[in-house]
Write a protein that binds this ligand. Structure first.
Ligand code: FES
Ligand SMILES: [Fe+2]
Length: 317
């Protein structure tokens, strides 16, 4: 897949190798002098998982016979060889491009068609970021993304938390596409803050509305700016889904806000609850793969985003 795909929060990658799975492939990541490296998690010698090994001088050491590999996959030491100049050129592991952005580690399996976007709020100290999740689901990444962007389910799956069951209508909205990004915005009814989760910055708690401006970055990332009419309070949801395999994914959701006190733990608990409510629904969806052929499910006008997403994914990914 020709895109940058998430494999971990940056904060989770320290001096120990970590096994990650992307598009059905087992990979290993580790940190070497500040930079994250990524190799296929398979020693060329006897096929052992390198992620079971250790890190020495920035190289990964296989746990079976101690062969060492650099971040670019080249073997740098075969302890059993008397002469290290005799390391065969075949002693090499497939390496992958890696970058860190938004507190997330991204890996490219194929050459990406597009760079990751720039989001100024991430480097603006008036916005504070909280990492929620991660959220591993037994579902395809496209199903997880579609659910994140679905407006119509809020009053039913998250009543009193994200939606108001008394106001289930979805206001009209249109979707436009430029390159790999779908743009759309909506002003929709939201639920009032609860005592347990006083997290949203809406000054109006009587039949509150929220203004959402979305960028759906193909294939599996959503950047959402949330605002409230008449207020400068704002939130940002940066959500991305790791396609672990056809039927497994992991969601990462970084939330930024520019108002109020630090309520990181409350926000994490809130998202744990929201994502657990969604997980039951999405893991039940059949077929497991989102059908990109629009005739296969029933789409109404308020499903415009799902329609645009399926069309774009069918065309480009
Ligand atoms: S299997 Fe890795 S060094 Fe032998
Ligand atoms: Fe949801």
């Amino acid at each position: 897949m020709k895109a940058w795909l998430p494999v971990s929060y940056s904060s989770a990658v320290k001096d120990k190798p970590i096994s990650v799975k992307l598009l059905g492939e087992h990979l290993v990541i580790w940190r070497d002098k500040g930079s994250v490296r990524c190799l296929l998690d398979l020693c060329i010698h006897r096929g052992v998982a390198l992620s079971l090994g250790s890190i020495c001088d920035g190289n990964i050491v296989c746990p079976y016979h101690g062969w060492r590999y650099r971040g670019d996959g080249k073997c740098t030491l075969i302890p059993q060889l008397e002469d290290q100049c005799k390391i065969p050129p075949k002693a090499k592991i497939k390496s992958y491009k890696v970058q860190e952005k938004f507190g997330i580690v991204w890996v490219a399996v194929d050459e990406p068609l597009y760079d990751l976007p720039d989001i100024p709020e991430f480097s603006d100290s008036s916005w504070r970021a909280v990492e929620t999740g991660p959220f591993p689901w037994k579902a395809n990444s496209a199903r997880q993304v579609e659910n994140f962007t679905d407006f119509a389910h809020f009053p039913f799956v998250h009543p009193e938390l994200l939606g108001d069951p008394e106001r289930p209508f979805v206001p009209p909205h249109t979707v436009t596409r430029k390159d790999n990004i779908l743009y759309y915005e909506i002003i929709r009814p939201e639920a009032s803050n609860t005592e347990e989760f006083p997290i949203f910055g809406n000054p109006n708690q009587e039949k509150p509305m929220r203004h959402n401006r979305y960028q759906l970055i193909l294939p599996y990332t959503i950047f959402l700016r949330v605002g409230w009419p008449g207020s400068s309070n704002g939130m940002i949801y940066f959500f991305t889904s790791q396609p672990v395999s056809e039927n497994e994914c992991i969601g990462y959701c970084v939330i930024l806000k520019n108002y109020g006190e630090d309520y990181s733990e409350t926000l994490k608990k809130f998202e744990d609850l929201i994502f657990s409510q969604d997980q039951i629904i999405v893991e039940s969806q059949r077929p497991e793969q989102v059908p990109y052929d629009l005739s296969e499910e029933l789409h109404l006008k308020f499903d415009a985003v799902a329609v645009a997403y399926r069309k774009a994914m069918g065309e480009s990914y």
